[in-house]
Write a protein that binds this ligand. Structure first.
Ligand code: 4AD
Ligand code: MG
Length: 477
């Protein structure tokens, strides 16, 4: 039987009605007050127990983490900060949690410790708030595209192509079920050639999305992507979720307009629909900020920052303009950049991106028209012959959140670019077909979902905004 959620009960008018509720114990104070939570909201419902009426053995099972079914009267609460509470008449213990061994206790745990408890950490306030915001953002993303004439397209997970050409792929193989998993020498017994060619887990659904945009007009993907890049940073995962819209008949300006409108719209959605969780996450951040020296404190609180981004125009600058700015700047009085920008054509490092966003423009920045040499083969060559219609969106505290481009739709130019990079035409014959038959200008971009969740929640490490993070040397769960 379904029972109301804590969220529903907390907004119910109490009329001394009898209610039944399931949840986990957050705290149990003085053998009298159970703070119960079922994950529906950051707020707990207080359940008041007349402990004389209960068996001691039962009370002993009520600890942080125990799962209970509580029956009682929903009444107005005298307590501060809560409208209602439950006067308990019956308690059923679904399952207890021995305080001697249950890792999640009502105290502050470090993020590192909680990563080792990835299967339990969603029971903390911080992680439950983050995961509710993550869920709301997913919904907002689908809603945005569905309301704007896009079709949801499912890109394959197993693919033969390296869309980004960076070679950072996980190979797909099968074990041979007829033989033992390893040979006598300890070698793994792979069964070769399941697909008849080498395949990998996708690094991006873009190339396939292009094929579908050239038939459905406007499509978007929203799914997992995989990168075997060995970067142990707070911004990289080996498995992350990406949103990749692809639009026929869009040029680079249309692409930038869409990306900006899209990001603002989904941030507005969480501002309107996740107020309690954002307020909690903001307070958490403020407490953390207080422990830092004044100079290192963030100048904007979380909600203010989200409002700022959703209401202000992103600054658009070309790569060439950005290089000029960087050449004429110092990150601060004493220091130079660790990687000084000496020549046009160098790739920007995250220190440069952060300088542009956080120090120079103090707002999100869209950098466009990058040197062709540092970008992927599929990007459209500009008239100057040396830049491509690429665009990256850089965010405060995050760095690159979006990478996109107008695609090369001219068959001859695309073939030349592939030849220059030694990409065999046979490998991408179907991709070239898109340029042979009914080609048209088209554009798209990829938004790293976890980087968006990082921004929206103010969390500091990408490992803490995805349920079970995969990073080098780490796939315990
Ligand atoms: O810039 P990227 O590599 O672009 C593409 O994959 C294009 N095919 C997208 C397209 O045009 N359809 O990746 C896009 C975004 C980055 O801006 C970043 O936000 C995120 O994906 N990203 C990662 N997020 C977490 N961990 C990683 N290892 C990431 N690599 C990229
Ligand atoms: Mg990129």
């Amino acid at each position: 039987m379904s029972v109301p959620s804590v969220k529903e009960l907390l907004s119910t008018n109490p009329a001394s009605q009898e209610v039944v509720i399931d949840g986990w114990v957050k705290t149990f104070r003085s053998n009298r007050f159970i703070a119960l939570n079922d994950g529906s909201t950051i707020h707990n419902i207080q359940c008041v127990v007349d402990f004389e009426n209960y068996d001691e053995q039962l009370l002993k099972k009520i600890n942080t983490g125990s799962a209970l079914k509580v029956t009682g009267a929903l009444v107005e609460s005298q307590g501060r900060g809560q409208n209602v509470e439950i006067q308990v008449s019956e308690i059923f213990v679904h399952g207890d949690a021995d305080p001697e061994v249950y890792p999640i206790q009502p105290k502050k745990h470090s993020m590192e410790f909680l990563r080792e408890q990835a299967h339990l950490r969603v029971r903390t306030n911080t992680f439950s708030a983050v995961m509710r915001v993550r869920s709301a953002l997913s919904f907002a993303i689908h809603q945005y595209f569905q309301q704007n004439g896009f079709y949801y397209f499912h890109a394959p997970i197993v693919t033969g192509s390296d869309a980004e050409g960076a070679g950072e792929m996980f190979r797909v193989t099968t074990l041979d079920a007829k033989r033992p998993p390893t040979t006598e020498d300890g070698e793994v017994n792979f069964k070769e050639d399941f697909f008849g060619k080498e395949t990998n887990l996708t690094v991006s659904g873009q190339l396939e999305a292009e094929a579908y945009a050239m038939g459905l007009g406007k499509v978007y993907t929203f799914g997992p992507t995989f990168r075997a890049e060995n970067s142990n940073t707070s911004r990289h995962l080996a498995e992350f979720w990406m949103i990749e819209p692809e639009m026929a008949f869009y040029d680079l300006d249309d692409n930038m307009d869409l990306a900006e409108d899209f990001i603002k719209s989904v941030i507005k959605y969480v501002l309107e629909n996740c107020q309690d969780d954002l307020a909690f996450l903001e307070k958490r951040l403020l407490d953390e900020e207080k422990t830092k020296p004044q100079a290192e404190r963030s100048y904007m609180a979380l909600i203010e920052k989200l409002k700022f981004v959703s209401e202000n125009t992103f600054k658009r600058v070309t790569y060439t303009e950005a290089i000029q700015i960087l050449r004429n700047s110092k990150p601060n009085k004493k220091k130079k950049f660790q990687f000084p920008i000496d020549e046009w054509g160098a790739d920007l490092q995250s220190e440069h991106e952060r300088f542009l966003v956080e120090k120079h423009f103090k707002c999100p920045v869209i950098l466009f028209d990058y040197p062709a040499k540092i970008k992927s083969f599929y990007m459209r060559l500009n008239e100057d012959g040396k830049t491509v219609g690429a665009m990256d969106i850089l965010f405060p505290g995050i760095g690159e959140i979006v990478g996109g481009s107008q695609r090369e739709e001219r068959l001859d130019v695309l073939k030349e670019k592939m030849a220059a990079l030694n990409i065999p035409e046979e490998e991408l014959w179907w991709y070239l077909d898109l340029r042979k038959f009914g080609t048209a200008i088209h554009s798209g971009f990829g938004l790293g979902f976890e980087r968006l969740v990082l921004f929206a929640t103010g969390m500091g490490n990408i490992r803490d905004v995805i349920p079970f993070p995969r990073t080098p040397q780490n796939a315990e769960f």
